[in-house]
Design a protein around this ligand. Structure first.
Ligand SMILES: Cc1ncc(COP(=O)(O)O)c(C=O)c1O
Length: 373
């Protein structure tokens, strides 16, 4: 039986909660399940306010809107990330400035950041790849020294930590994704984590299409109107009810995924020792959530032939991001410092991700890896 790359997991409670929504007969955003999900996220992450939004991409867009970029303001981002990270900057008239990643963690290289800072730099936007933290100590020191905002793309990071602090809660704001491919999912969904209280009041306006409806609902004004820019960032109750079934099970989902990740890690150790592959590296201060198990080969040819051979034996593996600095839109809207980002380019060509999901037959997957590598 072939092993697919991913099978989205359902906990079995989704239908019950969806039935409850139908029985209650209220479907708009901000309802009982939205409130329950937001409270869970606030408790789990320690953020001041969690706002449930339609996707990680929407959360990024909202976060960069709240950052109040002016045209030409620069935001330092890793090149090795999803288009949404940089798109959110460009949509606000900002310039994504791409830096390279570390060859071990595959995260933004903290040693590359300072060279990219100019008088126009406003934000450092780290992305925690595979649910494993960037070196947030180094990033916080740099941000403080240069007076920059830290905004975290923690799309992959539910129940991932840096020194015990949940990722997405360390910067002024952060985001999570609940896309079908994530550990905890509702098809499409996300959350904005507001940590710095300076952004709270405006976040409530932006999420309500630029109106002060939140104040109206709290009885603070007797009618509401258009007061600022905003958009439609609320999530309907069906999505929130589905997500609630997943959040209730989040701890056990992550524990199971970590066990699968560890099984791969132990089985692949001899292949790393022989120099055939490199296994993922997680910094000592980080606790990851086993979102991805990436392996690196020496050359693109080795990666491509291994991926084809694994597929022939029934194990579907996938590459990941194409570096943004060398993509058509990246060249058009951003720039990179320095011009070439060799680690991002090499990793894109030599990395593959192994299947990792709740129902995975990890023994079978490991048997195929052993027979192939
Ligand atoms: C690092 C990163 N940022 C942002 C996103 C966008 O999240 P969404 O798919 O929920 O819009 C993703 C992927 O899905 C991602 O991997």
């Amino acid at each position: 039986m072939a092993i697919p790359f991913n099978i989205p997991y359902c906990t079995g409670k989704e239908m019950e909660h969806l039935g409850d929504v139908l029985a209650r007969g209220r479907f708009v955003g901000g309802g009982a399940y939205s409130k329950r999900c937001a409270a869970w996220i606030e408790e789990a992450t320690g953020c001041a306010k969690a706002i449930l939004v339609p996707s990680g991409t929407a959360a990024l867009d909202m976060m960069l809107l709240l950052a109040d970029l002016h045209p030409g303001d620069e935001v330092i981002v890793p090149s090795f990330t999803f288009s949404s990270t940089a798109n959110a900057v460009v949509l606000r008239g900002g310039v994504p400035v791409f830096v390279d990643i570390r060859p071990d963690t595959l995260n933004m290289d903290e040693r590359a950041i300072e060279a990219a800072i100019t008088p126009r730099t406003k934000v450092i936007l780290p992305v925690h790849y595979a649910g494993a933290a960037c070196d947030m100590d180094a990033i916080e020191v740099l941000a403080k020294r240069h007076g920059l905002l830290v905004l975290e793309d923690a799309a992959q990071c539910i129940l991932s930590y840096w020194r015990g602090r949940h990722l997405g809660s360390l910067g002024a704001m952060g985001i999570l994704s609940f896309h079908e491919t994530k550990n905890v999912q509702c098809g499409e969904g996300g959350a904005l984590l507001v940590n710095d209280p300076r952004f709270l009041a405006r976040a409530e306006i932006v999420m309500e299409k630029g109106t002060d409806r939140s104040k109206f609902l709290k009885g603070e004004v007797d009618k509401y109107g258009w007061v600022d820019v905003g958009s439609s960032y609320l999530v309907n109750e069906m999505t929130a009810a589905f997500l609630w079934a997943q959040l209730e099970a989040a701890t056990s989902i992550v524990a199971r995924r970590v066990a699968l990740w560890e099984a791969y890690h132990a089985a692949l150790e001899p292949f790393e020792r022989k120099g055939r592959i490199r296994r993922p590296v997680v910094l000592d201060e980080a606790r990851h959530n086993a979102h991805v198990y990436p392996i690196l080969f020496g050359t693109p040819e080795d990666r491509d032939s291994a991926m084809a051979a694994l597929k022939d034996r029934g194990l579907q593996c996938l590459a990941h991001y194409l570096p943004l600095h060398s993509s058509a839109a990246g060249k058009r809207f951003g720039r990179s410092v320095p011009e070439r980002l060799p680690v991002s380019e090499r990793v894109a060509g030599t990395m593959l991700r192994l299947p990792l999901y709740m129902g995975l037959d990890v023994d079978e997957a490991i048997a195929i890896l052993r027979a192939t590598l």
